[in-house]
Design a protein around this ligand. Structure first.
Ligand code: TMP
Length: 185
């Protein structure tokens, strides 16, 4: 799993990694009907943090059952751009209770490795400005500052392999650090 705040580069790096590993690349919110609804929900101020957390969790279980688990059964490596870590970081910043969000996601498979791309909120938002905004409710500097802080703390909260990578450098530098982690587990 590749994680990080907005503008950290999860899309770019998950694409590079899946090409390099000949892996199946996927992302969340996923391309199913629930994922489309989630995209719509996070583009407006009309939904509570709890409704958003529930919808992301539902999208995730369907994504797992329809795509991820079948690919793993075929023997493929799966690279996922965002996963439940995003829910554990973003939804509490919106106001949802962390333990409840954790509980909602307890049936989601644990990844072998999660790489968190660590950039300052300033750098992340600069990159979002350059690539163009998605117009979601999370793309604000004050929100992203809390997101970055929570990603840095995440490995203390979960009993799984979570590695922070400095993502302030060039795409190639960041990718090389990711490859080191993947090839030297
Ligand atoms: P994207 O920009 O990578 O497509 O992701 C959409 C936004 O949704 C991004 O700002 C992170 C956020 N998000 C959550 O808040 N919770 C989640 O569980 C996931 C997967 C994404």
């Amino acid at each position: 799993v590749i994680e990080g705040a907005d503008g950290a580069g999860t899309t770019t790096q998950s694409k590079k990694l899946s090409e390099k590993m000949d892996a199946f690349r996927t992302c969340e919110p996923a391309g199913n009907k629930i994922g489309e609804k989630v995209d719509e929900m996070i583009s407006s101020d009309d939904y509570s943090a709890e409704a958003i957390a529930l919808s992301f969790a539902a999208d995730r279980m369907v994504h797992l059952e329809e795509e991820v688990i079948p690919k793993l059964k075929e023997g493929k490596t799966v690279v996922c751009d965002r996963y439940y870590h995003s829910s554990l970081v973003y939804q509490p910043v919106l106001g949802a209770e962390l333990d409840w969000v954790k509980d909602l996601n307890r049936y989601a498979l644990k990844p072998d490795l999660t790489v968190v791309l660590d950039v300052s909120a300033d750098t992340g938002m600069e990159r979002v400005d350059e690539r163009g905004h998605d117009d979601n409710i999370f793309e604000k500097l004050s929100f992203q500052e809390k997101v970055v802080f929570r990603y840095r703390e995440l490995s203390n909260r979960l009993d799984e392999d979570i590695q922070l990578v400095d993502a302030s450098g060039s795409r190639e530098e960041v990718f090389s650090d990711i490859l080191d982690l993947v090839s030297d587990p």
